[in-house]
Design a protein around this ligand. Structure first.
Ligand SMILES: *Cc1c(COP(=O)(O)O)cnc(C)c1O
Length: 402
């Protein structure tokens, strides 16, 4: 079938991207979907035959390829094979899953935890099984797409507040009619800006208005808190989040998502959330790898200190050169460029100088706020970061960003 012969909305959508990608490729400004050929330690990769420094990784503690984690995955394959007998509720649950969920609960100082096959699916299924028509879900404007999709899927009234603006959060809650159920949801560390949610105020406001609180810790586990336990530890607040959501695909070098919380909440999700009932269990290797990774984080606290120090070095260097890194205080460092074109250009120079980094452009971020979304991890050495800073600074001048 030739899709170009019809002119319906589907064709127009496809054609729009066909043209956009074609144009970028033509100008040597297309950097997405590049296959990595080889992983060289935690901080370097081979792409297109060239060894490059990795500045786009979510593996914040540099745990991909960790010998203990690899060994756990291999042992799980030897014992259980590569798949499961189905969905978790029925025949899919293995002792590996219950061990992993106990490990997560202990790590998060929660009573219990439940896992799903991805972080994305976790947000969809948890939000849509807790919230429903007539309820109100209040969401930070910069929340991750999976949160937004989960809110919409739930059928609840969807209200947003200005990013990290606690007065507006309070106003949104005041607007909810009397006895409607309310849930406030936010990222702990925002995935495009790298800044941290004002959790103390959020908790206070949720208590005042009797709202449930759900926090997505995709970018805070292993990064925030002295022992890497996340945003509650970071603020020294103890157990204040009702629904502690996270992924197993970033700092934890596996795949999957989880929710930790009170045992009744977890039991409800085990019986009511559709992704637990209608989608296959995590494969053995991934469950075992995730379980071991939480233990490695506790056994190797130097990694947390190092990712924080590397983040500070990177942010300080960029700011010193005149770049705007927004409000980031973490390992996610936006390098603001302005127009999409400038962001693509800066990426191009980085790639030519063996830095693997990616641009984020509109509509993923507001128009005029295109950026490199750079990350550092515990695997980088200060010397490598210095080199990266040199490349970015020189290019920033050439392109006219600084
Ligand atoms: C990556 C991410 C997710 C999705 O997690 P996956 O495990 O990759 O599906 C959810 N929330 C946030 C904030 C994320 O950054």
């Amino acid at each position: 079938m030739d899709i170009h012969t019809t002119d319906d909305a589907v064709t127009r959508r496809i054609n729009f991207f066909t043209e956009r990608v074609r144009k970028l490729r033509e100008d040597d400004l297309y950097f997405y979907n590049l296959p990595v050929e080889e992983i060289k330690g935690g901080s370097r990769v081979v792409v297109g035959g060239r060894e490059m420094g990795m500045y786009a990784s979510y593996s914040y503690l540099g745990l991909i390829g960790h010998p203990r984690i690899n060994a756990a995955a291999k042992a799980a394959v030897d014992k259980f094979g590569t798949g499961t007998n189905g969905v978790r509720l029925l025949a899919g649950t293995l002792t590996l899953h219950t061990e992993l969920e106990e490990t997560i609960a202990a790590f998060k100082h929660a009573e219990a935890a439940v896992t799903y096959s991805s972080g994305y699916v976790t947000n969809l299924t948890v939000l849509s099984s807790l919230m429903g028509r007539g309820d109100f879900v209040i969401s930070d404007k910069l929340n991750h797409a999976s949160i937004v999709d989960g809110c919409l899927m739930s059928g609840a009234e969807f209200r947003r507040f200005k990013h990290n603006d606690m007065d507006e959060l309070e106003r949104r809650l005041q607007q909810v009619p009397g006895d409607a159920a309310k849930l406030v949801v936010a990222d702990a560390v925002f995935s495009m800006d790298g800044d941290v949610l004002d959790l103390p105020r959020t908790v206070e406001i949720c208590k005042k208005y009797n709202a449930w609180l759900m926090i997505d810790e995709a970018h805070s586990v292993g990064v925030l808190g002295k022992t890497g336990r996340g945003i509650e530890e970071h603020f020294g607040l103890g157990d204040v989040i009702d629904i502690k959501m996270g992924t197993l695909s970033k700092t934890i070098p596996s795949v999957g998502g989880y929710v930790a919380g009170k045992k009744e909440l977890v039991q409800y999700l085990r019986h009511a959330s559709r992704a637990f009932i209608f989608s296959a269990a995590l494969p053995p290797a991934q469950a075992a790898a995730a379980n071991e990774a939480f233990k490695v984080i506790l056994d190797e606290p130097w990694r947390i200190e190092k990712v924080c120090a590397n983040g500070e070095q990177f942010i300080k260097g960029l700011k010193g050169a005149g770049f705007d890194t927004m409000l980031s205080t973490t390992a996610i460092v936006p390098v603001l460029c302005g127009t999409d074109e400038r962001a693509y250009k800066l990426t191009q120079v980085c790639h030519h100088n063996d830095l693997f980094v990616l641009p984020v452009v509109s509509p993923a971020v507001p128009e005029g706020q295109a950026r490199l979304r750079a990350t550092v991890t515990a695997a980088h050495e200060p010397k490598e970061i210095e080199y990266a800073l040199g490349v970015i600074e020189k290019a920033g001048h050439e392109i006219g960003i600084i």
